[in-house]
Design a protein around this ligand. Structure first.
Ligand SMILES: [Zn+2]
Ligand SMILES: [Zn+2]
Length: 846
């Protein structure tokens, strides 16, 4: 191929790459063609439900949103090209505190604030050029969504999965709202939202019975979670095996009264020298002896003022007072005194413990301080009881029981079993399992959420708590809220909302003014995506059966024990109620990492290291931003933003642009270079294999670098005899197809120009099939073959792939290191493991 154009003219032949012109044009075109609307009832192709955690409409999209969303979009496009009917919906987690706080500040209704933000974010999201099916959009603050929260709540209530009870709960004084246990973070127990230390309050609250499935969450057979998420959930659920032991109260005036404790170490029962109750334990009043009353009351008063974290602190001195009563240790009939101490908390276990000071650090400290006996009952085999300086809690495999009556000498594990069995025999205990997991507290004293659909009957006699009948749903939020300067839930002061009639007796009633935790919305939104406007039920069960569970879920790991656990609860509960067919909501979860500022720190406005995606798009184009975010590092890790990095990616796209549009231009144009490039095809197909393989493990960064390498080769060949050949054309075609999911606009533009140049009928690159690579071309062309002599590695030789056995044998036997051996040895046989190694078996010449 020759050309008579000068290099300078060649370079100017292509107009510059203008993403801001190309991208909106293609976005409009795709939308016009309805390319991203999924026909959910099409069963001609395999289905693929791809879900990315939906966003809170904070108002402004930041680059972190792009980082979580554009790789997922690439996956969605790749799956479509691979023949799947892909469902890739989008929505907004639209209830919650920031809207309410903004409303208090600015006087705008939270709904208005939220919907305005949703609008802005829709525009920003569209600029990514992503393939979301906007027809399936869900906005959770809309009555058409939250009425089904209410409906599900009523089903839970009927099924005993929702209930109301008074309990000590965590209260955030700043947000003036109760929190679920999962929303209290860290050792100093702060509010997950505002970081204020929570306090305990005794309140009547609504709960979901998440503990019903405690054991089931521990099985991850049907759900592929990243290891850290599995570990966090498992620890949070905190299953421990042990025994429940019942102690009879010893004093005559309390005959028949019993106190039960849970212990993971029933083998240490002979070492229990006192019992400790939480100051809040219901029996404290009853068991306190008259002469102890004053001290006990004073202590309880003091304990109430302390935070849970203070009470659990290991630093603090262990305070407590005796009640003057005692219990009988069921295993040996010993009378042991009952104390109260604030290191025992009412919400944990039974609120009572058997104290075994020899084998528990806190009990040990308590016993020393209050002069209570310490009796060692477990020791290493062959060791003898010694004066303990601290609790002996070390666990070795050869521990045996001592000082334990007939059980002395038994291995601790066996002792555990036998003592539990003995307790069972006397009806004073049984083996038991406890969990750290508690039921999910779902009521919130805030206005911007789903109203809980119950009415408190005020008639005499009262019908109690009455569910709102289904035909009266939704219970709508008022259209205006009157926020009070002193705070508090405006629903409580809204008589039109609050005052109602009892649905059961028609008498006066008061509506529940608490709303549901917004994590309720996010526990089932993906099922609603399948039929967002369905009016006669929350979930289209035919579509649910066809599309669920969600095949791939992606998002951050920060909600490991919140959203990712609540969603599992919903799947199990809705399955029990016959509403969904699966017991796990998602098949696989991928956690992406986090994008940091250029300084390597978390992006934040105060640090001034935030990247504004709108600005980046107008400067480099959405394709460059997408590609850079995928290229900057492994998606699971994230990493810092790089201004030079995005420049580099932008340059790469310009090179693709010029090379594809003008194969004969460039530096080499017109130079009579003789290029032998048989390998271009091989390179293109190997790149295709690499990129295809990389989708399996989200290797977006390596895909992009593979495409850059292929492009570099094309750039080198540009203007040479190879440019424009069939091989060249195939390589360009593959390059564009591979680029399509990652940089969808430039690839569709170049694709359509390519079709036009060939006078072929237009069809979008995104409607093309993902190409197959040529297996022969991608096979390794050379193999490294280790050579062993009598099984010992002696040499390595590189040979062309595909040689015959005889050819390989000839090469091997001619190697210097082999011939050296053959001076005094002879070859018995040559063993060839194709592609792996050659072993030459020799023996000394006789
Ligand atoms: Zn708070
Ligand atoms: Zn009533």
């Amino acid at each position: 191929m020759t050309t008579d154009t000068s290099p300078a003219e060649t370079r100017s032949r292509v107009e510059p790459y203008e993403p801001t012109e190309i991208e909106p044009r293609w976005q409009a075109r795709w939308e016009e063609l309805g390319m991203h609307t999924t026909d959910l009832d099409d069963d001609s192709r395999p289905r693929f439900y791809l879900l990315t955690m939906y966003d809170y409409p904070s108002g402004d999209l930041h680059i972190g949103h792009w980082f979580t969303k554009t790789p997922t979009d690439a996956l969605s496009r790749y799956k479509r090209m691979s023949g799947f009917n892909v469902f890739f919906p989008v929505g907004f987690d639209a209830f919650g505190l920031p809207a309410e706080n903004a409303a208090i500040r600015s006087g705008v209704h939270p709904r208005e604030w939220t919907l305005r933000n949703v609008d802005n974010m829709r525009r920003q999201l569209r600029s990514m050029g992503a393939t979301w099916d906007w027809s399936a959009e869900v906005v959770t603050c809309e009555p058409e969504f939250y009425r089904w929260n209410q409906w599900i709540f009523l089903r839970f209530l009927e099924a005993g999965l929702a209930y109301r009870r008074r309990a000590p709960v965590d209260w955030c004084p700043k947000d003036q709202v109760v929190l679920a246990r999962e929303q209290v973070e860290g050792a100093n127990r702060v509010c997950w939202r505002c970081g204020t230390q929570v306090i305990k309050r005794d309140l009547e609250q609504w709960f979901f019975r998440t503990t019903k499935y405690a054991d089931e969450y521990l099985s991850y057979d049907e759900i592929e979670f990243p290891e850290p998420i599995r570990v966090m959930q498992t620890n949070w659920i905190g299953r421990s095996e042990g025994a429940e032991i019942v102690f009879d109260v010893a004093d005559e005036q309390h005959a028949g009264e019993q106190i039960s404790v849970f212990t993971t170490r029933p083998d240490t029962l002979f070492g229990a020298t006192f019992m400790v109750l939480a100051p809040e334990h219901p029996l404290v009043d009853k068991l306190t002896q008259a002469d102890r009353r004053e001290a006990v009351d004073a202590y309880r008063h003091e304990a109430r003022r302390k935070s849970e974290i203070d009470r659990l602190s290991t630093e603090r001195e262990k305070t407590g007072v005796p009640l003057g009563a005692s219990v009988i240790n069921p295993i040996n009939g010993e009378r042991i005194p009952i104390w109260i101490a604030d290191y025992v908390l009412p919400g944990y276990g039974t609120g009572a413990i058997m104290a075994v000071p020899a084998h528990d650090a806190r009990d040990f400290e308590f016993a020393r301080r209050h002069g209570l006996p310490v009796r060692q009952v477990v020791a290493p085999l062959g060791g003898s009881p010694s004066d303990l300086e601290s609790a002996y809690a070390a666990h070795s495999d050869d521990e045996v029981l001592i000082n334990s009556g007939e059980f002395s000498g038994l291995a601790a594990v066996e002792g555990k079993r036998r003592i539990t069995k003995a307790l069972e025999g006397m009806d004073r205990g049984k083996s038991a399992v406890t969990y750290r997991l508690r039921d999910w507290l779902v009521s919130r004293q805030r206005a911007w959420g789903t109203p809980i659909p119950v009415v408190y009957c005020l008639a005499e006699p009262s019908c109690g708590i009455v569910p709102v009948p289904e035909d009266q749903l939704p219970v709508l939020l008022p259209e205006d809220f009157e926020f009070r300067p002193q705070g508090g839930n405006p629903l409580e002061f809204d008589d039109r909302f609050k005052n109602t009639t009892c649905p059961r007796c028609g008498g006066a009633g008061r509506r529940e003014t608490d709303t549901l935790d917004t994590f309720v919305d996010s526990s089932w939104y993906w099922w609603r995506y399948l039929s967002p406007h369905k009016e006669d039920g929350p979930i289209d069960q035919t579509r649910e059966a066809a599309w669920c569970p969600v095949e791939q879920y992606t998002g951050g790991s920060e909600h490991a024990v919140l959203h990712l656990l609540y969603g599992r609860f919903f799947a199990k509960a809705l399955n029990d109620l016959g509403m969904v067919k699966e017991r796990e909501p998602w098949t696989r979860l991928f956690n992406q990492g986090q994008i940091l500022g250029a300084d390597g720190e978390r992006m934040s406005k105060s640090r001034g290291n935030v990247q504004d995606p709108d600005e980046l798009v107008s400067r480099y184009g959405a394709d460059a931003v997408r590609l850079f975010l995928m290229f900057m590092g492994p998606w699971a890790q994230g990493g810092p933003w790089s201004p030079t990095g995005i420049e580099g990616v932008h340059r790469f796209l310009r090179r693709v642009w010029a090379t594809v549009l003008d194969p004969h231009g460039g530096e080499q144009a017109g130079q009579a270079r003789d290029v032998d490039d048989d390998d271009l095809r091989r390179h293109a197909h190997r790149t295709l294999k690499r990129v295809t393989d990389d989708y399996a493990d989200f290797g977006f960064n390596t895909m992009v670098s593979a495409l850059m390498e292929l492009t570099n080769r094309l750039v080198r060949l540009r203007g040479t005899a190879v440019a424009g050949t069939a091989d060249w054309d195939e390589a360009v075609k593959l390059l564009l197809l591979m680029l399509a999911p990652l940089a969808p606009h430039i690839s569709d533009e170049l694709w359509s120009r390519r079709l036009a140049a060939r006078a072929e009928e237009w069809s979008s690159i995104h409607s093309q099939s993902w190409p197959d690579f040529d297996r022969e071309l991608v096979a390794e062309s050379e193999v490294e073959l280790p050579i062993q002599i009598n099984g010992k590695l002696r040499d390595v030789v590189t040979v062309p792939a595909g040689l015959s056995e005889i050819e390989i044998e000839q090469i091997v036997l001619a190697r210097d290191k082999v011939t050296a051996q053959l001076s005094d040895h002879e070859v018995v046989r040559v063993i060839h493991v194709p592609g792996r190694l050659v072993n030459v078996v020799v023996k000394p010449r006789s």
